[in-house]
Design a protein around this ligand. Sequence first.
Ligand SMILES: Cc1cc2nc3c(=O)[nH]c(=O)nc-3n(C[C@H](O)[C@H](O)[C@H](O)COP(=O)(O)OP(=O)(O)OC[C@H]3O[C@@H](n4cnc5c(N)ncnc54)[C@H](O)[C@@H]3O)c2cc1C
Length: 279
Amino acid sequence: MNKPVDAAGDPIVARVVHKSAIVEVAGAAPVFKLMLNLTPGDRVFEAGSDVGFLPPGARLGQARHILRQYTVESVGRVPFEETIDITIYVREAAPEDSTSVGRVLCDSRQGDTIELFGPFPYPFYPPMGSRSNMVMIGAGCGMVPFRWLAHKVHGRRLDWMGKVLMLEGAETGLEHLYINDPTGDRDQFFDQVTYRAFEALKTRYSAIALDREESTVANMDALWRLMGQGSVYVYLAGYRNVADSLDRAMSDHLRLADRWLDAKKALVRDGHWLEYLYD
Ligand SMILES: Cc1cc2nc3c(=O)[nH]c(=O)nc-3n(C[C@H](O)[C@H](O)[C@H](O)COP(=O)(O)OP(=O)(O)OC[C@H]3O[C@@H](n4cnc5c(N)ncnc54)[C@H](O)[C@@H]3O)c2cc1C
């Protein structure tokens, strides 16, 4: 699913034309709206496509996939110019993350320039119909990569009939059951539209882990159970080393490495395992 790094193309220099906080929730990092002006040439930027940024000090080719991805919120053509304005939403990184892309973007000011790669197609597509089960796993990056996926499902205006399991965590991606809770999950709050989109998925949520005390083991059980129930799509995004830990943790949990890897292979073969990993 990952784009090879040499497919990233040349960077485009974008200029920050507007920056404002769109979400400020007490106790959580704010989310900024950034409008970037750029000359697209023959590249086609659309809402829902992704753009990538290199972490400070990194270079293309140093890892399999180093670009940090951000989903384009909207695109506007600038009248009488060959340029466009694209809007992205960025969660502020912790102050100590001086090498993070999130930090650089949130510290940028009007008039600053920044190199951007892409556009890239959004890596996830929803299941056909509304009866499949879905598992979303944020491996060290929270649920934000699935924001647009949730929007796509929500945009169909169907009641989701399948079960939806949302997990995230910094070690294996399985430590925390995400329930879009305004208190417990407020550090992941993005905007109202996203909140409603995740909420709509949650209404049919019926994985068992909710009514038990949360633990990684309970989440692993819920994941394995769901993977054995009819049509299921697994979406995985985040850091490659966290995804590798997930494989190890599930193999250990099931006591047989092959059991996990074979189940995963079958989903990959059927186009039901979609992942986007970076280093
Ligand atoms: C398809 C897609 C779309 C996305 N869209 C958006 C969007 O619209 N807006 C948005 O804000 N984000 C979006 N993201 C998420 C964003 O790309 C990630 O949060 C990215 O990691 C930020 O990079 P960074 O350089 O700021 O963070 P980094 O500096 O890489 O890390 C930030 C924090 O993550 C943790 N971390 C770093 N490395 C690791 C590791 N190896 N293992 C575990 N934890 C680690 C650390 O706690 C660190 O402080 C999207 C991601 C994907 C895949």
